[in-house]
Structures are given as C-alpha cells and as structure tokens.
Design a protein around this ligand. Sequence first.
Ligand SMILES: [Zn+2]
Length: 410
Amino acid sequence: MTEQTIFTILLAIITFDFALERVLNFLNRKSAKKPIPKELEGIYDKEKYAKSQAYQAEVSQFSMFSATFSFVLLVLAIYNGWFGMLDQWIRTFSPYNLTSPLFFFGILFIVSDVINTPFSIYRNFVIEAKYGFNKMTVKTFILDKIKGYILTIIIGGLLLGVLIYLVNAIGSDFWYYFWAIMAAFVLFANLFYTSLILPLFNKLTPMDEGELKSSIQSYCDKVNFPLKNIFIMDGSKRSSKGNAFFSGLGKKKKVVLFDTLVEKHSVQELTAVFAHEVGHYKKKHILFTTIFSIGMMGFMLFLFSRMAYSAEVSWAMGGQTSALHLNLLAFGILYSPISTLLGIIGNVISRKNEYEADAYAKETYDGTPLITGLKRMSADHLSNLTPHPAFVFVHYSHPPLKERVKALER
Ligand SMILES: [Zn+2]
C-alpha cells in the first residue's frame, strides 16, 4: 500500500469514527427528551425528572464539544505531519528506535494531559458540582493526577520498554512473546488490582458489625461465599454516586461496596446488590471476560506485527524513515474500527452477563429489593431512563433500567 493510500485511510477512519459518535449522541439526546416510561413511573417527581434531563443534556453537549476539539486537533496533526516532526526532533538527541519511542509517547502523554485537564476540571468542578455529585477537593484532584502520572510512567514505560526490546531483538515474531507478557500482566493486574492499585486512590475497610453485616453473612453462608472478601470503599471522596463491583479471580476475589451506596440503601437492597455481584463470580463472568480480552490482544498484536516495520506507514504519519512509535500510533487509528466492533461484541456479552447476575440474585436472594435498589440508584444518578437503542447497543455495558426491571419482574 502506498503512503498516500494509508494517509487517506487514516483520515477516513478518524472522520468516520467522529461522525458515528455524533449520530449516536444526536439520537440519544433526542431520545432523552421522552417522558418517563410507564414501567418506571414514580422513580422521579416531575421536577427531578426535568433536572435529570437537564443534566443529561449538559453532559452530552459538553462531550460533543470536547470530542470535536480532539477530532480537529488529531486531523490537523495527521494532515500537517506533526507526529513526524516530533519524531525528527526526538532523533536529534535520542538513539533511533531505542529510547525514541519512550520520549515520543512520553511527550504525547504530557501534551494530551495538558489539553485534557481543563476539560476534566470543568466536568468535575462545574457540571458534576452543579448537580451535587462532585465531592472531590482540589487536593484530591491534584494528588490523583500525580499518582496517575507515576503509575503511567512505571507501567506504561515498562511495557513499552519490553515491546521496543522485543521488536528490535526478535523481528516480526515479537508479537507472541509480547502477547505472553501482556497476558501475564493482565492476569496479575486482575488479581492484584484491589490490593495494590485501588488502595493508592481509595481506602478499603472491612464491614462494621451490624444489621448489614449479619444480613450479608447469612446470604454468604447460603451460597458459600467467603465473607472476608467484602469491603466498603470511600467512594464519597470523589462523588456522591454510589456503586458496587466485583474484582479478582480465585482466592483474590473481592466484592467492593461504595460507602455512598451503603448510606442510601436499605439492608435488603444492599444484600440484593451484593447477591448480584456474587452472581458475576458464580457464573464465571470475570474469568470469561479476562480470557476473551487476552485472546483479542493476541489478534491485535499479530496485526500490529504485520505493519510494525513498514516505512510507508511512517511516511503517512509525516516521518522520514520507518519508526516504531509512528507505526504504533498509526496502528492505534487503523485498528479503531475493529476495536469499535469488538467493543460492541464485548458490550453485548456484558449486558447478557448483567441479566444473568440479576437472575442469580433473584434466585438465591430476592428480586424485589434489587428492583427498588436499581431504581433508587438510577434516580440518585439522574440517569437517562430513555436511552436510544442504537446508543445502548454500541455503548452500554449494562442493560437500561427499564429492561432490567422488566426481566426481574418476569
Ligand atoms: Zn453487574
């Protein structure tokens, strides 16, 4: 393929991605203006429903603005060969393909963070604050940034360093060595996320004695799940939105309930949410998702190995000679239609898993408090009760509330 063709394909993919997102967002915005579905009547009063619609509209407008900004910037960068210029400049002080990819991605990371920070400040301290969701202090925001930087430098730098070494030392067969390393990394990250990474950002504490603990204890005894793996997390440090999740594999499994969830829900509702999370474990959803993503990673690395050394791809990015980092960045764009497609498949599977976990909670505990709990959570989050089906199909990892309630009432 010639440099010109690759250049055209890059711009076409970026434009198509952007246009698709705009269409989906447009449909979703129109759909959010509908009245409350009759299945969900009573979860909002008139005034609060209007507030939720205003919140949805504001979030969607803001994401439209920031997406347009990034789109224009990326098109300008490709069109004017800015990435190639950056590569040329790095070559003046860094040896070719050894440390240059590290400098290249390091600089891009800093530039994109500088560009994105005002957007995330506005999102948290203006929009989320206006609707009473933001609980983050400026200090937490800055500390999060610093910790994020350190983690990115250590983990990103290490993985990129290994990739550079393998690409230089092995040739185009590098991909299966790197795949093995990435698979080990994903398993490790899955196992130790709640014990190593999460505590850097949040405090996890075992449940206090009381009504909630004894309710969850008796449920645990019934389904044979170890109680010592349940933690309460200080989600209130950042947002008033409550949540719960399951993490880890085997002995490292953990259920985490946000303090903001515990605060606002009844013991029965919390036990039902807990039963839902246990359902994810019992139905082996985490294990399956992990295996699926490792498989897809192999496929992606194989495709990348076919173009990692191509000079034409580097030229299309504005480079003068073949450079691993230019090709890696171009690959990220060329691969995005496939990753959108895989994302859709992943979401279809994830929504199916959510129904399964709901059904498990209904079977082993009770469906009614799960319904009231989910409704309360949706109302507290001012979430969109009438998302557009096309938007749901592409982006939702959880089924819309209406469908979940319908399935639970069946
Ligand atoms: Zn779930």
